[in-house]
Design a protein around this ligand. Structure first.
Ligand code: ZN
Length: 453
């Protein structure tokens, strides 16, 4: 069915680089894993294929085949018969809980690290293997990113922007740019944290219940994006209306951190996006979360929330936050705009199947599943929603060569499900096993309420 790398040539390749088996430690590192007899949903949008074997050696997928395979000795075999394998989910817009003041350079505290790790574990538990943090205290999120990279914490892959860039008085911060080239020093300070992408805040507000604020002039926006490009750093931008989205696209932005939510999108905008194919994060969950808490707090009783959220937090949301949101005009406004935004996302997905990526603007794995529900609720098929949450999200992050689909050569970030998510997107919650970087995640050891009962 598709290209496979024969085991022999892989061995030759590995021997040529002198990596096998150099030492007992190296031998241990080169573990292999096979999932046999599974129905494969590979993230590319191709129809599911039954009775597939996926072989993983080290961190990478080496074979995806319907043919009989000879496995390396010592391979850990998972019987995938009756189950469904999809790529690890990716959230391209999070703000990890636990960080403090975005302007702070203070080193991460043990308490911040514990809270951050707990939030990270909610993602892994829910099958989310990569996140992009689109705005946080730099010293907090970059420290966690480095620890995750070094294997010091069990975590999804973390990409992060740290603080965000905007005009003084604009949306976000604390990197404020007003004049060029004088304020390049502000961006240089941001760059010292080695952001994976820059997040720019561009919004005049003034819609719904919010007062007007300042935003970056078009020429300055272009200078900022060009400057990051000259340093090899891609960009994303907070926008909420079509005008700002178009201006950002012509200023050279790489991705949009939100969909257009202020109004139905025009045919002209759809045509522009069809031509430019600028990845756009879905972020329906943040806007819908307020009225959902107000009107349907019972959703917190679902297993995924009870397993991953502290009981005291669930109680606070039900008894304090729910009544508060019932009288909040912003909650009502976002309730009105969410169906419009869902329809905008459906129309853009119809125009180009690689445009929409999954983002929640939240901080937990359960929210990623809510985002899938809301995408499907807007008329996108469950099969497309999985492509959005995997391949398209990898494309958003510039990582499509490495993650996002189940193909030979890709990093093995995988989710094994007990039911078919292309039939019902709720089946994406029926998680049997999560594989991150080629290793099975021990979900029973994650620092979560489900494991403390
Ligand atoms: Zn955000």
């Amino acid at each position: 069915m598709r290209r496979t790398i024969p085991a022999l040539s892989l061995a030759v390749l590995v021997l040529a680089f002198g990596l096998w088996p150099a030492s007992p430690a190296a031998q241990q590192a080169q573990t292999s894993l096979a999932i046999r007899g599974v129905t494969l949903i590979d993230g590319t949008g191709r129809a599911p294929v039954t009775d597939v074997t996926v072989v993983v050696e080290g961190a990478r997928i080496t074979q995806v085949t319907t043919q009989p395979v000879t496995l390396p000795p010592g391979t850990q075999v998972i019987d995938g018969r009756g189950q469904f394998l999809m790529p690890g989910l990716i959230d391209v817009h999070t703000h990890l809980r636990g960080g403090g003041n975005r302007a702070s350079d203070a080193p991460i505290t043990p308490e911040q690290e514990r809270n951050g790790v707990r939030a990270l574990h909610t993602f892994l538990y829910a099958g989310v293997t990569t996140i992009f943090d689109a705005g946080n205290q730099g010293s907090f999120i970059f420290a966690l990113r480095e620890k995750a990279k070094a294997g010091g914490i069990v975590s999804p892959r973390i990409l992060a922007t740290g603080g965000t860039v905007t005009s003084p008085g604009g949306h976000g911060g604390p990197f404020y740019v007003e004049s060029w080239p004088q304020d390049r020093a502000v961006l240089d300070k941001h760059l010292t944290g080695k952001p994976d992408m820059v997040k720019i805040g561009q919004d005049e507000h003034g819609w719904g219940t919010r007062p007007l604020i300042t935003q970056l002039p078009e020429d300055l926006l272009e200078q900022i994006i060009r400057y990051y490009h000259s340093k090899g750093v891609r960009s994303t931008i907070h926008i909420s209306n079509e005008h700002n989205a178009i201006e950002a696209i012509y200023a050279g932005v790489d991705t949009l951190a939100h969909p257009v939510i202020q109004s139905p999108i025009s045919t002209g905008f759809i045509n522009l996006m069809r031509a430019k194919r600028v990845p756009m994060a879905s972020t329906l969950t943040i806007g819908e979360s307020y009225s959902r808490i107000a009107e349907h707090p019972e959703f917190l009783d679902q297993p995924l929330y009870r397993d991953t959220m502290e009981a005291a937090e669930i109680e606070r949301l039900k008894t304090v936050e729910s009544p508060r949101q019932r009288t909040d005009p912003w909650a009502q406004w976002m309730k009105i705009m969410t169906p419009i935004c869902q329809n905008n996302i459906k129309r853009l997905n119809d125009a180009g199947k690689d445009i929409i990526a999954l983002g929640t603007d939240r901080s937990a794995g359960a929210d990623v599943h809510r985002e899938l529900e809301l995408i499907v609720g807007g008329g996108v098929s469950p099969a497309d929603a999985i492509v959005i949450a995997t391949r398209n999200s990898a494309r958003f992050l510039g990582l499509l060569d490495e993650i996002g689909t189940i193909e030979p050569g890709k990093i093995a970030d995988l989710v094994l499900l007990k039911a078919d998510p292309t039939k019902d997107i709720n089946n994406a919650k029926q998680i049997a096993t999560v594989v991150r970087n080629g290793a099975v995640v021990d979900r029973g050891k994650l620092d979560l309420p489900v494991n403390r009962r």
